[in-house]
Design a protein around this ligand. Structure first.
Ligand code: ATP
Length: 503
């Protein structure tokens, strides 16, 4: 199976089995918007629950936050997003594709490249010289494109019952104003009520630093974790849910003493890499990549990406950045709020007196929940070739999702739709559900087809009620990965499931 095939198969499985649908599909869909169906929502919740467990529940010094998506607009001015959260936008003169210059394929300045006219397969072959920019169009390979324009990736909207454009139109009615004045007035009207959909969850954790530190009496080092939706008006949306305009993040800001950031970055980069690997079938496909100096954001002193080997190659899954004291200092300067920490037991390095007030440094592991979901699906997909009982070749599609991530943990299947099998199966599933285990009742097709369906959606176990169950109360339990079936008393099912699902 080629890597391209794998991606096509995942997208198709997602739709067919109800993991991910295109948003507003019956209206033709909306670019890069996706809806998570019955299985997708379970998988997404399981990934976020595992992240929360490992980042918050299992730790003494990390607490949670669930902040507003729409924050005071000054937050984004202070953070630098209004002025600087932009990507360089370029239009290709040959195929008209609009793309991000910083993500375009690199080429040696001055070298000659060939490409097809209009980007069409049958177009005439053209030659061109790579400019000093050092990149070519990602679609047609041409080196001829427009100047780079900065495009701000934040979604802007307005808060309050007054439409800023209505107000603007009333203000200028009957006035014969020159273009530049009109433009300024319009921008002022829009700015008066402008707010933004957050492009990351991180800023709220800096803005609420003092409230959280004081209300929870936290001592450095400590962390604040948050999960939720973020929005970016991406120039190019790509690879299904890998890059979309609306997505979910799982971020944590870990506040440390100045001077200890390198040690903590080291700790968190490994912790985060190992987190992914612990759920993976192919752990070697999850790797760390250190940022080159020219890649570092201006506020960061070091950064690693956790990358995954997607079908198109290694690409980002999570950023683990050492963000210095930049954010807390900026918000403190902008508002006058004291976003610092006092350690009574430390000597102030400047005054040499006991007691040190400082602005903590920050390590930020910033993960994408929806992007992780794609990586875990790709990692879990497998096809096993075999022969059926008639000697015919067949392919078993298995989604080998980690037990803790699997949307449905167990399917309870009556072998037949008669002889008391359905009633018994419903009795068993009721007990399983009561134990808090997500289970599915299924009596739709022949038993082999039902096993195949549950293999394909990653259900780790199938419990089957058959004739023998009615005689001695025993059921079979089938393991998704080995397809082995063992018989056990129905009373032991929950105990076994709890034991298996917790490993
Ligand atoms: P990229 O380089 O892929 O644009 P980024 O470096 O801008 O990502 P961060 O700002 O570090 O991303 O965001 C942290 C994480 O949020 C990313 O590693 C990714 O998992 C996720 N993420 C960011 N942008 C998107 C998006 N448009 N769609 C889906 N997930 C995203």
């Amino acid at each position: 199976m080629s890597q391209q095939d794998l991606m096509t198969k995942i997208v198709s499985l997602c739709k067919r089995r109800g993991f991910v649908f295109q948003s507003s599909e019956i209206y033709g869909g909306l670019k890069s918007s996706y809806d998570y169906g019955p299985l997708g929502v379970e998988l997404k919740r399981n990934i976020s629950a595992e992240w929360w467990r490992s980042m918050v529940t299992e730790r003494e010094n990390i607490v949670g936050l669930d902040a507003s998506i729409v924050m005071h607009p000054r937050v984004w001015q202070t953070s630098g997003h209004v002025a600087g959260f932009s990507d360089p936008l370029v239009d290709c003169f040959n195929c008209k594709e609009r793309f991000r210059a910083d993500k375009a394929p690199k080429a040696e300045p001055g070298s000659e490249v060939t490409y097809k006219e209009g980007g069409k397969k049958k177009g005439a072959e053209l030659k061109g010289t790579v400019t000093e920019k050092g990149y070519i169009c990602p679609v047609c390979g041409s080196p001829h494109f427009s100047e780079e324009r900065q495009f701000n990736g934040m979604f802007k909207t307005s808060l309050g019952p007054v439409d800023p454009l209505d107000k603007f139109l009333k203000d200028i009615e009957g006035k014969d104003l020159p273009y530049t004045e009109l433009k300024t007035k319009m921008e002022e009207a829009i700015a008066s009520s402008a707010v933004y959909l957050r492009p990351e969850t991180a800023q709220a954790m800096f803005v609420q630093f003092a409230n959280i530190q004081q209300s929870s009496s936290l001592k450095v080092p400590f962390g604040i974790a948050q999960q939720g939706k973020s929005f970016r008006n991406e120039i190019v949306v790509e690879h299904f849910i890998f890059r979309s305009c609306e997505f979910e993040q799982m971020e944590m800001e870990f506040f440390v003493e100045p001077g200890t950031q390198a040690k903590w970055l080291d700790y968190w980069k490994d912790a985060r890499l190992n987190w992914y690997r612990s759920y993976a079938n192919n752990p070697e496909k999850f790797v760390l990549r250190k940022h080159d100096d020219d890649e570092l954001a201006h506020y960061a002193d070091d950064c690693y990406d956790v990358e995954y080997e997607y079908p198109w190659g290694f690409d980002e899954l999570e950023g683990v950045a050492s963000r210095t004291d930049y954010d807390l200092k900026r918000h403190s300067e902008a508002t006058g709020a004291k976003l610092s920490y006092f350690d009574p037991n430390k000597e102030d390095p400047e005054t040499k007196k006991n007691g040190w007030r400082y602005t903590p440094y920050v390590i930020e592991p910033a993960a994408g929940l929806t992007r992780s979901l794609l990586a875990f699906l790709l990692d879990a997909y497998s096809e096993e070739k075999g022969v059926d009982k008639n000697g015919k070749e067949k392919t078993r599609v298995v989604l080998k999702l980690h037990h803790r991530l699997a949307p449905i943990k167990v399917a309870v299947l009556p072998l037949m739709k008669k002889d008391g099998h359905p009633e018994k199966a419903r009795e068993i599933i009721a007990k399983i559900r009561k134990a808090g285990i997500n289970a599915s009742y299924d009596d739709t097709q022949a038993i082999g087809k039902r096993y195949a369906k549950h293999d394909e959606i990653g259900t780790p176990f199938c419990v089957t009620v058959d004739g023998q169950t009615m005689e001695d109360g025993s059921v079979t339990i089938r393991d998704r990965d080995t397809t082995e079936q063992t018989r056990l008393s129905e009373d032991k099912v929950i105990e076994l499931l709890v034991q298996k699902l917790n490993t």
